[in-house]
Design a protein around this ligand. Structure first.
Ligand code: SF4
Ligand code: SF4
Length: 318
């Protein structure tokens, strides 16, 4: 039994899935950036990309469910050749589904993507954008030289299209700590981000989501390299908060990989903790009616979701 499972037992908690509300699809590992904190190890040279055939199978499965939200992530999800095809097909379903694009902002300025912001706005795609700080030093240290300036330009472009202003064009930002520590209080950080981004750049947005870095992927390598992995794990373990369990994203979100494999969350996906029923399961192997109450696969990395105020795809939990 891993330490997280032990902790759940000590607290008499059984971690099981509830009704599925979100289908989160990681469409590939290709990305125009190579951020220090990336748990996907994404980058420009990664070849893993969801094919159109797999997209069709995912859509066929989705059409049989009442899941109303499709959350597209990566890598930079917009870089796969069939990103727009995927969005078009989801929006064409009856009833249509809400689409979220987890966007790194800079991709919106890259050559070949000039009309992408308009495409997203036309399809009313919600944007959840990474923005680890409102100062250039911290952003460029975590995400690469020039990323801050590009992110500011992209946010101004999105605002000019109505994002962050119109009710049907939500724009949320994601903050990740730039080191081995937990995020500060979400409401206070949101107020700081809103004040600074507006006063310096005229930028507006809806919500700030604070997300804890999980000790996996490139972030684990960074911690190991700086001899901080054990210290960070102890921090996560010592701040375990049972009140976060109810809001963990693995309870209502199904995570799908670029080949159609199924997991409890994107972190489990990066660790290869695929659902199994004897053999590894793909989305089209899963009867949607059998998901509720399924036991969730955990590991020590789960302490990253339950530390302090908790952390999920929608930010702090409590
Ligand atoms: S954190 Fe996001 S933007 Fe950065 S390399 Fe990973 S997938 Fe790309
Ligand atoms: S990493 Fe977080 S979301 Fe994933 S299974 Fe563990 S607790 Fe749930």
């Amino acid at each position: 039994m891993n330490r997280f499972a032990q902790k759940l037992t000590e607290n008499s908690i059984s971690l099981r899935r509830r009704r599925s509300e979100i289908l989160q699809v990681n469409v590939g590992k290709i990305c125009n950036l190579t951020c220090v904190h990336c748990h996907v190890n994404a980058g420009p040279r990664r070849k893993e990309i969801m094919t159109r055939e797999t997209i069709d199978r995912v859509i066929d499965w989705l059409a049989k469910t009442d899941i109303r939200i499709v959350d597209l992530t990566g890598g930079a999800p917009e870089m796969i050749p069939d990103f727009r095809y995927f969005v078009d097909r989801v929006k064409a379903l009856h009833p249509s589904r809400h689409v979220i694009d987890r966007c790194n902002l800079t991709i919106l300025l890259d050559p070949g993507y000039e009309d992408l912001p308009e495409f997203l706005a036309r399809h009313k795609v919600e944007i959840i954008a990474s923005m680890p700080c409102y100062t250039p030093e911290n952003v460029n240290a975590q995400r690469g030289e020039g990323v801050f300036e590009g992110s500011i330009k992209a946010l101004q472009l999105l605002n000019s299209l109505g994002y962050g202003k119109a009710v049907d064009l939500p724009l949320h930002l994601v903050y990740n700590p730039v080191g081995a520590f937990l995020p500060g209080p979400q409401a206070e950080m949101e107020a700081d981000f809103k004040r600074e981004l507006f006063s310096h750049f005229g930028i507006v947005f809806n919500k700030l989501y604070t997300i804890t870095n999980l000790p996996i992927g490139r972030f684990a390598a960074y911690l190991r390299h700086n001899d901080k992995l054990d210290e960070y794990m102890e921090l996560l373990i010592s701040t375990f908060n049972p009140a976060t369990i109810d809001g963990l994203m693995c309870r209502n979100t199904i995570s799908v990989g670029w080949r159609g494999e199924v997991y409890d969350c994107d972190f489990n996906q990066q660790l290869g903790l695929q659902w199994k029923n004897g053999a590894p399961l793909f989305l089209w192997d899963v009867d949607p009616h059998t998901i509720e109450n399924r036991e969730i696969t955990t590991g020590n990395h789960c302490f990253g979701c339950t530390a302090g105020a908790g952390s999920s795809c929608g930010g702090a939990i409590v």
